[in-house]
Design a protein around this ligand. Sequence first.
Ligand code: 17E
Ligand code: FE2
Length: 413
Amino acid sequence: MKKFINARIKGQEGLSQILVEHGKIMAVGEKLPPAEEKIDLKGKLVCAPYVDPHLHLDYVFTADMGEKNGSGTLFEGIQRWSESKGNTSVEEMKERIRRGIKKEMLQGVQAIRTHIDVTDPTFTGLKAALEVKSELKDLLDLQIVAFPQEGMYAYQGGAQLVEEALKMGADCVGAIPHYELAREFGEKSIHTTVELAMKYDRLIDVHCDETDDSMSRFLELLNALVLMEGIGSKTAASHTCSFGSADNSYAFRMMKLLKKSGINFISCPTENIYLQGRQDTYPKRRGLTRVKELNDQGINVCFAQDSMSDPWYPLGNGNMMMILDHGIHIAQMMSPEEIRNALDLVTVNGAKTMNLADYGVEVGKSANFIVLDAESEFEAVCERAQVLASVRKGEILFRREPAVVTEATDFLK
Ligand code: 17E
Ligand code: FE2
């Protein structure tokens, strides 16, 4: 038995104790029976671990691998990756994937959904990701999307490669309809995605309408199909940038249908504010989907990192608090209630999108949580609080000392 004391659990009043046995939360309360080991959390905010529901782990740290993405657009990013993706091996890929995961985990992430490019008949990325997933199974929930970066149809045999990847063990079906050579092929790829998900009983995560083109409306078809199959909650629409450019008369009608299916949304605020709007002069669009409005409707939305130094985006460090900070600014979500609930966008909402069952600081769940250097949700968000500890199945994955100011003048003490 182990007891964490002085925990300020997010959404609860006062300080709590958390009793852990065999990696599970046995009890949560003000005063619990003694345990052999006691860990003092010193009144800091405790919440369920960060979730990064959209990250391209096969691409991390490849920004310098080939020619630079001079235009800064999604499409040049795809071209640059295509030029250099043959120059790697499973071992090299595994080394980068581990490095990317380590960066995120040191920021309190314990669940990642990664898109792995399967438009590669050698399946280098998929083999590497599956091996790392199995290596880290006790430390991290890692979901793998069979993602056809160069298209299910634009790339010869792409749809077959996606199916093969599912047989090899990928958890989710991916697609990229806005990259297909004509709208009809984009639509066909959405039909194929849903068919494959039904055939192999997998989740769906589509790179959907990652463009400023307001007429890119593959979300409409994806939503309709998963609504009819009753698998909306197992489906995620990633990016959906064009929905931020769509006319209200269209968007308002869609909102009702999106709510009905229970589909999940993943927005990548730093990535899409950087990649989109590139063909605009001024006014320049923000490129994000309608995060605030979707959230207001009770539709599940979460934020993700997407990239760490790849041909699409040169920065990215796995710090979900930074993603959250950008996201709530770009989406204009700063009412007192929105700030109070902001952490949900990088925690529970991501977990819901990933269909994680064992998640949350609750009795019966695995003792997985993080400790933030703050005493309230407001302080955490306002100060971009650091993660002081990450606990997995009751074991400390790391602790971090808060930064200390030295040699302060009297006024600054
Ligand atoms: N590939 C893609 O299609 N879109 C992205 N945002 C990234 C990779 C990072
Ligand atoms: Fe992506």
